[in-house]
Design a protein around this ligand. Structure first.
Ligand code: ARG
Length: 588
């Protein structure tokens, strides 16, 4: 289904052509003066150059031709050459009626589904998720859901960090504490125990300890580096330990991601790319792309137009060890082989942007990936505390994500205490509302921007917040429940009536932005655009709700039309919040 802007544009095109001007100037846009009109066209201003005419004169000619259109109630030429457009009530209500009948409310599913891999989450084994992991998870999830809504074949991959020094450190520390474990006995031939020699909480204590200790003790660090190299070379006992680390961690990570309602299709790991490294390195060498620099194997990726220094991409260290970029590059090889994606989108902290620039350039230069596939980096900003600095716990550490979830849930629960609900329901609802507070609070900010995590504001039931949005959806749900209760049968065949008031018109105009919102959110990887849409629609709906009798309207036709409009607003709000990875409760 065409967007409303496209329909307006079609009429503009006709008029421009009839008046003797190129239709390329017949561009319609939302009005930036909603007090004057709903849509506008600035084409006459741009056309002036080509036709050597005063823009206002051309605008007037076009307007004269548009006057007969059934679609517009008002078209005006305004100095210096704007065309201001207001839709006729029936044109607008017809359009909304057609949206309501469409499964995706007028959004066109793609006719060329692409395979898209989204690499998001950024978790590492043996380390708990912290606040910094929130953004890539929720932004990536929304990008995934939006692409899928438009019909693409999307594969979300957790791409766990499991292959670097942290694992070597953990192995070294376990060995120091329990040298008698079979994992360290090189002559051991039997089966390793099924049970891990540590719990998740032990693991989470071991890693920071070892990391700190290695910074103060050079020989310990060397030992850990050696353990990492031996692991990567396939030492059996270490592989068995590493497998335990993964199992224990993944179990725990899954719990938190499930709480966040973030669902990966794949739980692949950096190590999964390992088998692709030897051939990749060989190709890089044979292709003449890589050279030895100071013992290390590197690929130059700087370009003449660079304004900042882009260092070479290191593929192998002088001791033959692989690096973070080696696995990322080999993962591209793997993804290409397994899925042949048209796009790989990485949602990662924006502080890794130079790193990804290097990796992308290297992948292109060494022909790991062809020009038919896009590599996209969506760098997310940081979450800051009220002081504007990165979020910290009282003792200066980075807060655990679970802890943050708990705190927000408690806060919401506190606010909902006086609700008349069973204990269980209230808990369930509070968990949903808390998730909305967190995810909406995050997603309503442009991905690349930093933002301040403001507990009071995020959990408020008023303003541009998740709870407010849920409140609006729940309001519509209960309105529809009342319709049912009263035995009102909705006349599905009766068309929507043209709006009776400004507030109703505003609801309709907000709804019309749905398709372009979804397209833009997808094309620009910009979930915040969905939030803007949701907030505007919610506000418009609430105003309409306050100003009008809906269920109790005396006029049965008006009542029917109002109920249908409300239902559509509810459906679209539900779908839109769904694209953010949120699901509203039945009541709250
Ligand atoms: N685990 C990494 C980190 O903690 C983030 C992974 C991002 N994705 C990637 N393909 N490099 O920094």
């Amino acid at each position: 289904m065409k967007t409303i802007i496209e329909l307006i544009q079609e009429e503009l095109c006709e008029a421009f052509k009839k008046a003797g001007y190129s239709e390329k100037y017949a561009k319609a846009a939302l009005s930036n003066r909603p007090d004057l009109c709903q849509y506008q066209c600035n084409g006459a201003l741009s056309a002036a150059k080509e036709y050597h005419k005063a823009p206002i004169q051309m605008a007037e000619e076009v307007v004269a031709l548009l006057k007969e259109s059934q679609s517009f109630s008002e078209v005006q030429a305004l100095k210096p050459g704007f065309i201001n457009i207001t839709l006729s009530g029936s044109f607008l209500s017809d359009y909304i009626g057609r949206m309501a009948e469409d499964e995706t409310f007028g959004c066109e599913k793609t006719d060329k589904p692409q395979t898209i891999v989204i690499d998001y989450g950024g978790a590492n084994v043996a380390k708990p998720l912290h606040v910094g992991h929130l953004r890539p998870a929720v932004i990536g999830e929304s990008i995934k859901l939006t692409a899928r809504y438009l019909g693409h074949n999307v594969i979300g991959d957790a791409h766990l960090g499991d292959w670097g020094l942290p694992i070597g450190l953990i192995i070294t520390e376990i060995k120091r504490r329990s040298p008698e474990l079979v994992y360290f006995d090189e002559s051991f031939e039997g089966e390793y125990p099924e049970e891990a020699p540590f719990t998740i909480s032990e693991l989470e204590e071991i890693y920071p300890f070892a990391s700190k200790y290695s910074k103060e003790h050079a020989e310990y660090k060397e030992e850990a580096q050696e353990a990492t190299a031996q692991l990567q070379a396939g030492r059996k006992g270490y592989i068995a330990l590493w497998q335990h680390i993964i199992n224990v961690s993944v179990n725990d990570l899954k719990k938190v991601y499930t709480r966040l309602d973030v669902e990966f299709d794949l739980w692949k790991k950096e190590s999964d790319a390992q088998p692709y490294i030897p051939d990749m390195v060989k190709d890089m060498k044979e292709g003449g792309y890589a050279h030895i620099d100071d013992g290390a194997l590197v690929v130059d990726v700087k370009e003449e137009t660079d304004t900042k220094e882009v260092p070479p991409c290191m593929i192998l260290k002088s001791n033959g060890a692989t690096l973070y970029n080696t696995t990322d590059l080999a993962t591209i090889v793997e993804r290409k082989k397994l899925f042949d994606p048209s796009k790989i989108i990485y949602v990662v902290d924006k502080r890794q942007s130079l790193y990804f620039e290097q990796v992308f350039r290297c992948a292109r230069k060494t022909k790991i990936i062809g020009s038919d596939a896009e590599l996209i980096f969506v760098g997310n900003g940081t979450i800051n505390g009220k002081d504007g600095k990165p979020f910290k716990t009282r003792d200066g550490g980075v807060p655990r994500l679970e802890k943050l979830l708990d705190e927000v849930e408690e806060k919401v629960l506190e606010k909902m205490q006086e609700r008349e609900m069973e204990e269980n329901e209230i808990k369930d609802v509070a968990a949903k509302v808390a998730l909305a507070a967190i995810k909406y609070g995050d997603l309503s900010n442009q991905a690349s921007k930093d933002y301040i995590f403001d507990m009071e504001r995020f959990t408020s039931f008023e303003g541009n917040t998740g709870p407010y949005i849920f409140y609006t959806i729940v309001r519509i749900k209960s309105l529809l429940a009342k319709v049912k209760e009263k035995g009102i049968v909705i006349d599905e065949d009766a068309p929507l009536e043209p709006a009776h008031s400004q507030s109703e018109t505003d609801v309709m105009l907000s709804l019309c932005k749905w398709q372009d919102t979804v397209y833009a959110a997808y094309n620009e990887q910009a979930p915040h655009k969905i939030c803007q849409f949701i907030y505007e629609l919610s506000d418009a709906f609430n105003k309409f709700y306050h100003e009008n009798r809906i269920v109790n309207n005396e006029d049965a036709k008006v009542r029917n039309s109002y109920i249908k409009l409300s239902r559509l607003a509810g459906d679209i709000l539900g779908t839109a919040t769904g694209l953010l990875g949120l699901e509203a409760p039945e009541r709250m």
